[in-house]
Design a protein around this ligand. Structure first.
Ligand code: GLC
Length: 449
């Protein structure tokens, strides 16, 4: 059994900096609660960091929704077009097609991006022979969006590696509708725009009536939850609304952008932030999500290598290349059975470091565990915060995203940390909610259409 402190003390020292004590976890919950309240309240919303956008989704699905809907999913690893048929509560048929958004499109003019989306949609609809059917469409647009209606939303800022000109400040639904109309070969109705967290919550709620939170731990991270309408001051007429609930998209990835997380951030976090395309933004997300975890690991590995304390005598261009170490490697390395290092050595080989040195590979795994454990701890803080905020005693959480789905221990880490923090006061369940962006968009389209 490897003892980090004894077998690789320098790595141990560095990794200690990523440890978050129970006391600090509770402090994070406290601070996040404060930020959420600021996002919800009308007088503090403009300067709030955690925006808590209202989604205009006030009804959870009943399980009785039926029909055929189109869905678009933009904001994860791939762009997808889906045709979702809600046949019965247990029979949902999905046909989908994924498209790669090229780097040029991700950081090019918004016009090109929306033209591409419309093109993919047209292609898909023609294949399915539904281009003239005028089907309702739900648009899962997983970026900060100030919604002013169920199918109207103003882009606030890009996240997750996107940065297209001419979109911020615009109504995204209109941009898409214009791109579709411009083609002239397609009839669809965009009936809703939503966040992936909202889609995930709706999908989970379709079969699980206790679902109150939607969480994504994927390329980015964010959560939404069911708030009392009376607390959503940004809704005109919130005091007199006849619907008791409103799903709120927290845009939690931005938590810490005002410095309130600096007490747990490390110098490695600061380097990753600096070299990202959106420095000083999405602080919480950069400690948790798939876009960044691999790079955090790489930072620590490279430092130890430069000091001659890891993979001694070996080097490669790949390991020295920013963003080259992918987050899925962390999941793969941690999936090696105890005492074995097959994936680890294969991945390092792929990174140009050929070795079977068990001590080194054990150290690498320990670094991976450190980074993923911190990610799970921070995610647990967010979930505990929302559960407490709702004063829920029995609550299911719908979860999607590659980090949650592919990491071998993430679920267990969440359970363990949440149980410790909640001290048995709440019954909760974490449910994987596959394809929330697609199904959820269809469900919202169904609820709204
Ligand atoms: C980013 C986006 C947010 C989304 C999350 C997960 O944080 O800003 O809207 O929900 O990524 O995809």
């Amino acid at each position: 059994m490897m003892q980090p402190e004894q077998h690789f003390p320098e790595a141990f020292q560095i990794c200690q900096k990523f440890n978050i004590s129970d006391e600090n976890m509770n402090e994070i919950v406290h601070r996040l609660t404060k930020e959420i309240n600021m996002g919800l309240a009308r007088d503090t919303h403009p300067r709030a960091v955690v925006k808590c956008f209202i989604t205009y989704v006030q009804d959870l699905p009943t399980g009785k929704e039926r029909g055929k809907y189109l869905a678009l999913d933009l904001g994860g690893t791939n762009f997808r077009v889906l045709l979702v048929s809600l046949n019965s509560e247990t029979d949902i048929d999905i046909v989908s097609k994924a498209f790669v958004i090229s780097k040029e499109l991700m950081v090019g003019p918004g016009k090109n991006l929306f033209a591409f989306i419309a093109e993919c949609l047209a292609m898909f609809c023609k294949e399915q022979k539904i281009e003239k059917d005028n089907l309702p469409l739900g648009f899962t647009f997983s970026f900060p969006l100030k919604q002013i209606g169920i199918n109207k939303g103003i882009m606030i800022t890009w996240t997750k590696g996107f940065n297209c000109d001419g979109v911020v400040g615009k109504n995204v639904v209109e941009l898409l509708q214009d791109a579709i109309n411009h083609r002239g070969d397609l009839k669809v109705r965009i009936v809703a725009i939503l966040n992936d967290t909202t889609g995930t919550l709706m999908t989970c709620a379709f079969t699980n009536r206790n679902c109150r939170i939607g969480l994504i731990v994927g390329t980015g991270t964010n959560a939404c939850y069911v708030e009392k309408t009376i607390n959503t001051e940004m809704l005109d007429g919130y005091q007199t609304s006849n619907k008791p609930n409103m799903i709120v998209n927290c845009e939690m990835g931005a938590f810490g952008d005002n410095g309130v997380l600096d007490f747990v951030r490390t110098s490695y976090d600061k380097v990753v932030d600096k070299q990202s395309i959106n420095p000083k933004r999405q602080t919480f997300e950069k400690c948790i999500s798939g876009m960044y975890l691999g790079e955090l690991v790489r930072q620590v590995v490279v430092e130890l290598m430069q000091k001659g304390l890891l993979f001694k005598g070996l080097s490669s261009d790949a390991i020295n290349e920013k963003w080259r170490f992918e987050t899925r490697f962390i999941s793969e390395i941690e999936s090696d059975p105890p005492g074995t290092y097959r994936n680890a050595s294969m991945i390092m080989d792929q990174m140009g470091i050929r070795t079977n040195n068990e001590l080194d590979l054990a150290c690498l795994r320990y670094i991976c565990q450190t980074i993923s454990t911190r990610s799970a701890k921070l995610t647990s803080c967010a979930l505990v915060c929302l559960i407490n905020k709702m004063n829920a005693k029995d609550c299911s959480v719908g979860i999607d995203g590659g980090v949650y789905r592919f990491h071998p221990h993430f679920h267990n880490l969440l359970m363990e940390n949440m149980n410790r923090m909640l001290k048995g006061s709440v019954k909760f369940e974490l449910v994987v909610s596959e394809d929330g962006s697609g199904r959820g968009a269809a469900l919202i389209a169904a609820v709204c259409a």
